[in-house]
Design a protein around this ligand. Structure first.
Ligand SMILES: [Zn+2]
Length: 179
């Protein structure tokens, strides 16, 4: 840890104590004598993701967010819906406490949640993740969603495929009766 005042690379520890979730160290710069405090905490180890080509990569929530954001682009979703979804998946991954998880497993978790959130985002995500190579594969997914939609008890459980008009334009002005 470089000195925050002069940038010198070395300091001595003048006090050290255990705090709630780590160790607090009071330090003094060996160059300018300024005092500052550092905290040391245990970083929980995240899982490694096994990619399709068997390479391992540390789980990266930002990558996950980017993928979900792309699928949800311009969809009429609450602003925090994407972050919430990524948070949920991250929490679940840490809970599972596995050292490694196949990327397909994470993809399935996203698909499952997008399916109940927004059909269009679901299809977009599926088309990237499942790598549809022909229209038949895409049609199968769409057909399965159409089946869901027909069976859905609440017709407005899903967001409309085509967003309604702007709220302002939908308002009808009262017609004045002429006498
Ligand atoms: Zn210093």
């Amino acid at each position: 840890m470089n000195c925050p005042y002069c940038g010198y690379h070395d300091s001595k520890v003048i006090d050290s104590r255990n705090v709630q979730d780590g160790i607090r160290r009071r330090r003094q710069c060996l160059d300018c004598d300024a005092r500052f405090t550092t905290y040391e905490r245990l970083q929980p180890a995240g899982p490694f993701v096994i990619k399709k080509d068997q390479r391992r990569e540390e789980f990266d929530k930002n990558k996950l967010l980017t993928g979900i954001r792309k699928a949800c682009e311009k969809r009429p979703l609450p602003t925090d819906a994407v972050e919430r979804l990524a948070d949920e998946i991250e929490a679940e991954l840490y809970q599972q406490n596995k050292a490694e998880i196949p990327s397909a497993g994470i993809g399935d978790m996203v698909m499952e949640r997008l399916r109940s959130l927004d059909f269009i985002a679901y299809i977009r995500f599926a088309s990237v993740y499942r790598e549809f190579t022909d229209i038949t594969a895409l049609k199968q997914v769409v057909d399965s969603l159409v089946g869901d939609e027909v069976q859905a008890r609440r017709p407005d459980a899903q967001l409309p495929l085509i967003p309604a008009e702007e709220p302002g334009t939908a308002v009808r002005r009262p017609v004045r009766s002429r006498k």
